[in-house]
Design a protein around this ligand. Structure first.
Ligand code: IPD
Ligand code: CA
Length: 271
């Protein structure tokens, strides 16, 4: 498959998983299990959607690898791996807050987020029924239309999206950092889905995004979509974006945000 064909298949998978979620969401969603902490929930739907996606991918591309948030892990024989987050924003799904998404990326190369290359991705916001997609070198789209570049405002007029981890100490540190940053920006948005945050940044609906502690499935598709829309997606001190830190933005505002985050040593490994 070409990167464009991978993107189109990722879009079809994400949208059909979105249909499944909309059709079968119970009135009261129950927590099935917890993961990294007692406030990191897993629902029946997280499991069911991952199982659906794994099944579809295995049927269409039996030699590809799979890395899923809910534990599916298949080593690639083809050199391509599907990195999937069946519901990014599970807490929103649980409570019925609208911002949650299915996120699907295809990566090429070694089984290591620092070495692989994301070649295609799709993020489908389930309630908004909005799909962002990208293939490497081919730009990014929202509902099939090219995302047009926007001129970002300066940092003090910028709307900045971010998120918090599930670990109490990490969140406390993240809030400390935010309490400093908030003096320098228009305002903050915490929408609860990193994949959606990255896509909103790609579109210019928020101006900037940063978060520490993300997992590969939270950011693989959204990072490509933001980069293909013309944003810079990076870490601190010239590092690439990683689970340590992801920053997405453009222009002078991005430079200023990076300077503030770097000065605050936001990427301390033990945080
Ligand atoms: C979470 C969301 C959230 C981010 C967390 C992620 P989940 O993913 O993307 O916005 O702040 O770091 O873990 O648990 O809803 O799939
Ligand atoms: Ca996630």
């Amino acid at each position: 498959m070409t990167p464009g064909e991978f993107r189109d298949f990722a879009v079809e998978l994400a949208e059909s998983a979105g249909d499944l979620i909309r059709r079968t969401r119970p009135e009261v969603v129950q927590v099935l299990d917890t993961k990294s902490s007692e406030v990191d929930p897993v629902t029946e739907m997280d499991k069911a959607v991952e199982a659906y996606l794994v099944n579809r991918i295995k049927m269409a591309r039996p030699d590809d690898g799979i890395l899923g948030e809910e534990g599916d892990s298949i080593i690639s024989k083809s050199g391509y791996t599907w990195v999937i987050d069946p519901i990014d924003g599970t807490v929103n799904y649980l409570y019925g807050v609208a911002s949650y998404a299915v996120s699907i990326a295809v990566v090429a190369g070694p089984d290591n987020p620092l070495e692989w290359q994301v070649i295609a991705g799709a993020v489908h916001a389930v309630v908004w029924q909005k799909t962002w997609a990208a293939a490497i070198g081919q730009g990014a789209t929202v509902n099939g239309k090219p995302i047009k570049p926007v001129t970002p405002p300066p940092l003090n007029k910028s709307l900045v999206a971010t998120g918090f981890g599930y670990d109490a100490d990490r969140r406390a540190y993240q809030v400390e950092l935010l309490s400093y940053l908030i003096r320098h920006i228009r305002d903050i948005r915490r929408l609860g889905s990193a994949a959606i945050d990255l896509c909103l940044q790609a579109e210019g609906i928020v101006d900037l995004y940063y978060e520490m502690g993300l997992q590969p499935w939270d950011m693989a598709a959204g990072s490509l979509i933001a980069a293909e829309a013309g944003s810079t997606v990076c870490g601190l001190q010239g590092e690439p974006a990683s689970s340590t830190m992801v920053v997405a933005g453009r222009g002078e505002a991005l430079t200023e945000l990076l300077a503030i985050l770097q000065a605050a040593a936001a990427d301390l490994p033990d945080k």
